[in-house]
Design a protein around this ligand. Structure first.
Ligand code: HSE
Length: 398
């Protein structure tokens, strides 16, 4: 395969843009020119000469010498406008924008076919872990039962600091922001949105369903208390935010994002700080575990570089599971065993527990462990925002 000379128009020069620049500069075997960098803020001091910068996106989108648009901004709507215009102009795209991809997944897949261009986005899920390419290439004909893991570095960093060092939640979050792991709006991380967008992207490649993220239940870690950490520690668990997708029958899958108890004999137990970890379970390959840095400029930049390089060899996603069409249904009718820490009995009633195996009512805290249906959690998703509750998937089979 011949390699195309890569002329890049880069959008965004924040944490990931600068990370990519460093990674490109240090790469020995691969050369690509960043012809122009488009940024929004005219006043911000940049660490490299301003010669390459522009504030006008058309200077990249209409430049025929640029054959690859690398989109690394954090405004999902503007990112969608940029990649749409780039593809219409016949340019290939590399993006790390999980919110944009998850929200417009099918449109982006269709546009690639319509305009005969390629869009790669390995950095959008799991950052440095090459999970999308693995799902596309290695798992193309595998009977994949399920995939679960840690897909958000910020929440994993916070949970690690709270568990290992007893750091308060706010302080741990500030550290994660300071280290460049968090989104500009960190509620996207701590409320579980970011993990959900990544899960939707993974679901598209693992099972060929392009789900609207609004259809998927998510619950983050922003309501965690010292009591929850203490409870987990006493039982020998760590709490991790674990998105899950898996088959419920031959043609049907479910998926969701929930905190999960992890015991010390499990792979994810030692996936700490900003690291991500992904476990796949399949018929023939059986269980596999992937781990790597899931956030940060250089880790994410390395995945972007890998896409830029793959693009230069003509690589494109085939969306093989979508083409095969084996999975046709999505369900939320799925039972889970959860730990629910709560205050108000009325809140607990809304969960519709089917079976209860443990119940505790102390002066300041109450919890219950029992079986709930995912469709009930989804039905009360709006109310959950205002409730003083914390939910953890125990991970036990029901
Ligand atoms: N805020 C994201 C995270 C960045 O913490 O995982 C990487 O996608």
């Amino acid at each position: 395969m011949t390699r195309e000379n890569v002329k890049i128009g880069l959008f965004g020069y924040g944490c990931v843009g600068q990370g990519l620049h460093d990674v490109l500069n240090s790469s020995k075997g691969f050369k690509a020119d960043i012809v122009r960098i488009c940024v929004k803020d005219r006043t911000k001091k940049r660490r490299i000469s301003m010669d390459h910068f522009t504030f006008d996106k058309d200077e990249i989108l209409n430049d025929p010498s640029i054959n690859l648009v690398v989109e690394l901004i954090d405004d999902a709507d503007e990112a969608f406008n940029i990649v749409t215009a780039a593809m219409k102009n016949g340019k290939n795209v590399v993006s790390a924008n999980k919110m944009m991809i998850a929200k417009h997944f099918k449109e982006l897949v269709d546009m690639q076919a319509k305009y005969k261009v390629s869009m790669l986005y390995e950095a959008s899920a799991g950052a440095s872990i090459p999970i999308i390419r693995n799902l596309e290439e290695y798992y193309d004909n595998e009977l994949l039962y399920s995939l679960r893991g840690i897909l958000n570095g910020t929440t994993n960093y916070i949970l690690t600091k709270m568990h290992n060092e007893g750091l308060p939640y706010d302080e741990a979050l500030r550290e994660a922001q300071h280290k460049g792991f968090a989104e500009s709006d960190p509620t996207l991380d701590v409320e579980g949105w970011d993990a959900k967008y990544k899960l939707c992207i993974i679901t598209g490649h693992a099972y060929g369903l392009f789900l609207n993220p609004d259809e998927v239940f998510h619950f983050g870690i922003n309501k965690i208390s010292k009591f929850d950490i203490q409870y987990a520690k006493e039982k020998g668990f760590k709490i991790k935010l674990v998105p899950y997708v898996g088959k419920t029958s031959e043609k049907t899958i479910t998926n969701f994002v929930l905190p999960r108890f992890i015991s010390s004999d499990k792979y994810l137990y030692n996936v700490d700080n900003e690291y991500n970890g992904i476990i796949t379970e399949a018929a023939f390959a059986d269980k596999q575990f992937f781990s790597g840095k899931g956030a940060g400029g250089h880790a994410t930049g390395s995945a972007v570089l890998s896409d830029i390089s793959a693009n230069s060899y003509g690589y494109r996603y085939e969306y093989k599971k979508f083409q095969q069409g084996t999975i046709s249904n999505y369900t939320r009718d799925h039972k889970l065993e959860v730990y629910l820490r709560y205050n108000d009995e009325k809140d607990r009633e809304l969960f519709g527990f089917e079976e209860v195996s443990e119940y505790f009512s102390g002066r300041f805290n109450k919890y219950v462990i029992g079986v709930v249906n995912l469709k009930n959690l989804y039905a009360i998703r709006e109310q959950l925002r205002d409730m003083d509750v914390f939910i953890v998937n125990t991970g036990r089979k029901v």
